[in-house]
Each structure stands twice: as C-alpha cells, then as structure tokens.
Ligand binder design. Structure first.
Ligand code: GA4
Length: 321
C-alpha cells in the first residue's frame, strides 16, 4: 500500500526555499561575511564542518532517547518543569501547549549539581556528565560562530557575545524535545509540536535528524528546514537582536509533528548571566539606525518572558522611547 506523504517537510502548508548552509572550513573572511548575511536575511542558517565530535553527539542522542523511552512515571519524577525539568505537553506556565515532551536543563558548569538533581533518573550523574560534555562542545561552537559574526559586524571587541556565554553564571540551557509520531488523520498535516516563537537568548544551536522544524522569514509562509545529520541549525535569539540594535533579527520558528516518525531535537540556548546588561552595541547604532532598545538585564528580560505567552513579541516591551 502506498502511504500518502504526511512528512511535514513536504506538506501543503509549507514551501521550500534556500536556507543558507555555511561550511565552517571555508576562508575565515568569507565565512564571517556569510554568517553575517544569513543572520541579517534569515536570522537562521545551518553549519557544516562544525568540528563537534560524532561520539559526543551520539552519546547525547542515545542518552536522550533512553530517557524518553522510560515509563511516564519515571520521567515525571524529573518534573513538573519549574521552569526546568521534565514537561509533557504544557510549555511555560501561561497556557501554551504542544504535542511534545521535553527535558530542560541548566547548561552552565556553575549549576551542574542543580542539573543532576533535576534528572531524577537512576543514573542521573552519568546523564549529567553526558550533558556536560555536549554543552561544552556547543559553547565552543557557539563562540566560534559569534566571534565570526563579531568580525563581520566589525565590532571593536569581537569576543563580546562569547564572554557572556563563557561567564561562569551564564544562564545557558539545554533542551531535549521528543515529538511522538502523531498517528493522526493523514490530511491533518500541520499538527503543532512546539508553537511559533523566537528564542529569547543570544544564539541557539539545534540538531535533529528528522524533519519538523519550520522557520518564517519576514512574515512570509512557513519554510521547512530539511534535516541534515551533518549540520547544526543556528538561530539568532532576541538578546542578539537587541545587542545589534535590530540589525540581526531573531527568527520565528515552530515544530510540527510527523505522522509516521517520532522526532527528537537537542537544543542548546546560549544565554548571558542574569546580571549582564543587554544594550545595543555602539557599532550598530548609527544616524540611519538610531537606538531601538533600552538597556535591560538578562534577569529583567527573563521576568518579562515568563510573564508572556510563547508566541508573543517580548522585545517590543523594551523599545527605547
Ligand atoms: C522558548 C525557547 C526555549 O525553549 C525556552 C522556552 C521557555 C520554556 O519552555 O520554559 C518559554 C519560551 C522559551 C519563551 C516564553 C516562555 C518561556 C516558555 C514560555 C511560554 C526554554 C526559553 O528560554 O524561552
């Protein structure tokens, strides 16, 4: 029997377009220009030749799959999310829901013991070690990308973003999402796993080998991201938008569930420490692009973000008058 194609990457509600794929092995100048262009045009791109060891990725994915295959009662011991921990269907605390279960964890080394406590699994220390190894690789990759971006933007201090991620109190997170196969009616193409939103942090690195992620460019149609096991997806977050005075814009994205295949995504959110001041960098404030955002701390931004719904625009609350 021929099954109708209900792969969200090929359904009626989406249209393919050219999402930039950047090979980090290219010449430094060209790579930095391409990263800047992709961040300006899409707020999103994919990186290949990223240098993250295959066994680090494999260990993280195997550990994640093992966690999600535990009985519900076992997983629930790591929840409810507060805001970190295991969650099922409910996203945040303001009524957002999706066809997803997830585990949200601290990524910073300072909070490693808190992280281990969140994972209420028999081998919670082993799990936490795998996370440490993975987030260290993610932080290095994020820093490499952010430095190249800083060069493209011709910043005086090209390490400015990376210093925030490397701060011992950085509020970076790791999220494991599991989208079960939906087994819904074949024409029900656009079932939402994780509703549309932008990521609040500086930079997001996401990996998934199954289709479902979609991005939106300039209010246009949803564009499916073709999964590539050799690549990481890179998202510009709200904090980077504010620091570049809107020159780069955080990307709206969502995840739809696949009717036949379950999907797991592993997502690193590179964030500043709570006390860090987020304000437009002087190099990005010009007579043609006057200052758009007030200065705020990451702690203040988080407070606003938890008071709003998933899809709401948070940066609008920080526009300079
Ligand atoms: C979206 C990006 C990350 O997944 C996340 C999410 C967070 C959560 O799941 O607790 C939020 C959401 C995200 C933004 C608005 C608030 C907070 C759910 C929600 C409704 C971990 C994050 O940092 O912000």
């Amino acid at each position: 029997m021929v099954m109708p194609s209900t792969d969200p990457a090929h359904n009626d509600c989406t249209r393919n377009t050219d999402i930039p794929v950047i090979d980090l092995n290219g010449s430094r100048h060209r790579v930095s220009e391409s990263i800047l262009k992709a961040c300006e045009e899409f707020g999103f791109f994919m990186v290949t030749n990223h240098g993250v060891a295959e066994n680090v990725i494999a260990r993280m994915e195997a550990t994640g799959s093992e966690f999600f295959s535990l009985p519900a009662s076992e997983k629930q011991r790591s929840g409810p999310p507060n805001p970190l921990g295991y969650g099922f269907r409910s996203i945040g605390s303001n009524g957002d829901t999706g066809e997803v279960e997830y585990l949200l964890l601290h990524a910073s080394p300072t909070y490693v013991s808190l992280r281990a406590k969140t994972i209420c699994k028999k081998d919670h220390l082993g799990f936490s070690c795998v996370v440490t190894e993975y987030v260290e690789s993610m932080r290095s990759l994020a820093c490499e990308i952010l430095e190249l971006l800083g060069e493209g933007l011709k910043l005086g201090d090209t390490e400015i973003f990376c210093k925030l991620l490397r701060d011992s109190k950085s509020d970076s997170l790791l999220r494991l999402n599991h989208y079960p196969a939906s087994y819904s009616s074949a024409r029900d193409d656009c079932r939402i796993g994780f509703g549309e939103h932008t990521d609040p942090q500086i930079l997001t690195l996401l990996r998934s080998t199954v289709g479902g992620l979609q991005i939106m460019k300039d209010g246009g149609p949803w564009v499916p991201v073709k999964p590539d096991p050799a690549a990481f997806c890179v998202h510009v977050g709200d904090a980077l938008q504010a620091m570049t005075n809107g020159r780069l814009a955080s990307v709206r994205h969502r995840a739809v569930v696949n009717s036949y295949t379950q999907r797991m995504s592993v997502v690193y959110f590179g964030a500043p420490p709570p006390h860090a001041s987020i304000s437009p960098l002087s190099e990005t404030v010009t007579p043609e692009n006057p200052r758009r955002y007030k200065s705020f701390t990451w702690g203040e931004y988080k407070k606003a973000m938890y008071s709003l719904r998933l899809g709401q625009n948070r940066l609008d609350h920080f526009l300079s008058s």
